[in-house]
Design a protein around this ligand. Sequence first.
Ligand SMILES: Cc1ncc(COP(=O)(O)O)c(C=O)c1O
Length: 403
Amino acid sequence: MLLAMAGIDLSLLAGYQAELAEKAQMGQLRRCRELVWTPEAGPMAVRVSGRPAINFSSNDYLGWARHPRLQIGAIQAVEQYGTGSTASRLIGGTSPLVLALEAKVAAFKQAEAALVFNSGYQANVAILQAILGPEDYVFADRLNHASLIDGCLLSKARWARYRHLDLGHLAEKLSRTPANARKWVVTDSVFSMDGDYPDLEALVEVSERYGALVMVDEAHATGFFGHGGAGLCQQFGISDRVALQMGTFSKALGGSGAYVAGPRVLIDWLVNQARGFIYSTAQSPAVVGASLAALDLVQEEPVWRERLWHNVRTLERAVMAHGLEAWIPLPLKSPIVPVLIGDSAQTVAVSEALLTAGFFVQGIRPPTVPPKTARLRIALSAAHTDAQIESLCAALAGLLRAI
Ligand SMILES: Cc1ncc(COP(=O)(O)O)c(C=O)c1O
């Protein structure tokens, strides 16, 4: 039913209302549910629409979203610099906090320079729009994150998608491109809905063979892959061969915002051409303060990522013990663990039943994932206990056998 609002001709909204009703009928309606953290009830405890549960749906991989060091970093930044950054950086100037953060990111990623953005989505769209023109070619993994896809589309470059992780297919596409054209290969490092990743060394080799530059999105690898948590490029030993390493502060690093690191010339180019950077107010001091603290913590305290990988191995053992391999293929590659169900309605039903049993595991449906590949997405955190992981698998086994 349309809510009566004075001044709007409600008949003009009827089309939206009809499409929403259609989505609801097809089981595809998305709603934002209230989620309240309840740390007094134990690690990763939340209430989802009033129902108590253990949260297996956050990207808080290291459990830092309420870490005191990050909170203090944010509070001190607010005390010294206030709450707002007041303008875009090219108009209003750049805070020393931001300059310090960019210097730290460049060192962390072993790159010449870095630039920060308000969010990962904004960064990817802005970067790709800036580095690609209509004459350029861009090659993207078919399962790349939506922000990378949108950036490619907005750039108006000629683009092709290769089969997920299929470097032979990438090579085939690259080989059919004019030798002197500018080419970029763009990929997630860890894929956000599948938890897998490409052989980045081989991907770089293929790209180099055809004279293509590489951009890697480390959103789901920053903080717990590679030496010092620097990411998957670092783990593969190819950081210096990747032209742009993008990543976020919003997941393992417990805050918000994003960075890109690379050669000075490309960072200068982005400052001049990336509309999402030029035309957006700089990050607020609180956000920058938390990110600075997170980058210190990630280097000082490896124990968090060690605990996260311990939890990945614990889940693996529980999957085997409960005979869940048909839904959760082993070995696990990362803390993102898809439970492949296929049917959207069944996925929603299992997710709801898990919530009733006290586990919040979000169902992911098309179009976020390809048709007929609806799944539950378990996201592990260093903060989960062995017992929580074990009881999640026990509950899951009972529910999956019933469908
Ligand atoms: C691979 C990837 N890149 C970029 C983003 C966007 O980052 P942000 O949430 O900071 O906008 C996400 C998810 O949120 C992601 O999964």
